[in-house]
Design a protein. Sequence first.
Length: 162
Amino acid sequence: MDPTRNMRLGMAVAVLIGGLDLVSKWWIVDKVMQPPRMIPVTSFFNLVLGHNRGVSFGMFNSDNPMGRWLLTGLAVAIVIGLLIWMWRADRAWIAIALGLIVGGAVGNVYDRVTIGAVVDFLDFHAAGYHWPTFNIADIGITFGAIGLIWDSFAHRADEADG
């Protein structure tokens, strides 16, 4: 397989996820949440405006400016590594999964650089439990990671059969 084909595919997915993330955050911050509030959408889903200065699900949340730049630098380094992996990907599915993660990571890095925190707005809850608020970038990262994990098991099973 031509590595540039997989790279183009992965980059297209990254641009799509990053673009959807940036547009959705702009819409929420500039149009929907003026003024900021909680908007019930269903009995299990709200739109809220949150700013996450930590990593996934608010872990290591801190107002320390050094943490902002440390997390940004770490995310950029990971994106570079994922892009190298994407270039070397021999299966389209791997390139797509990596594209999901790269697009999400770039969307969240953009927030950290421009406003100092990641904008989150999707709030799901059930039976009195609220999942951590998240965004489109987080969805891309999560589904990309699931895709890589799934592929590692599927590929291992293929090798055992062959």
